[in-house]
Ligand binder design. Sequence first.
Ligand SMILES: Cc1cc2nc3c(=O)[nH]c(=O)nc-3n(C[C@H](O)[C@H](O)[C@H](O)COP(=O)(O)O)c2cc1C
Length: 144
Amino acid sequence: MDQKYEALFTPWKIGNVEIKNRIVMCPMGGTSLFGWFELTGCHFDKEAAKLFLERAKNNVGLIIPGIAPLRDTFWGKWLWQNPKMFEELKVFMDEIHKTGAKLFIQLTAGMGRSWAITELVAPLHKNKFTRALVKPIIGNLLLI
Ligand SMILES: Cc1cc2nc3c(=O)[nH]c(=O)nc-3n(C[C@H](O)[C@H](O)[C@H](O)COP(=O)(O)O)c2cc1C
């Protein structure tokens, strides 16, 4: 290997967690492990898990799936209300750790300013009737 790439394959630490190399898969919305933006409600997303395990087997040191809001969007169910999802996560994490990779879950309490109510949505929000209609969805995203 060209010497200039060697640093990429040296370990580093976040707190007391050691990451085996400098290759990090950044979080990208749409790759959440918890399917929070689907009509089926939050669940362990086997397709996303397949993708991450494949990446881990191909020597990614740290994987960060896309954000995991504390409540799913369409039903307002809290993640903790789905214990089966966490049982499946545990089995999956054992597989990830066998490869030597680490995986962080990026929990979020909502979308914050990046999903502020836009000009398009504001009129819906001002009208009492449409506000009641959109609140379950917008409310779960912004946790309002
Ligand atoms: C489609 C998309 C979704 C993203 N989702 C997240 C996310 O869920 N959480 C996060 O912290 N960053 C997210 N990011 C930011 C990326 O992880 C990354 O930091 C950013 O894209 C800068 O890296 P780049 O210059 O290689 O694109 C997202 C970026 C993109 C393009």
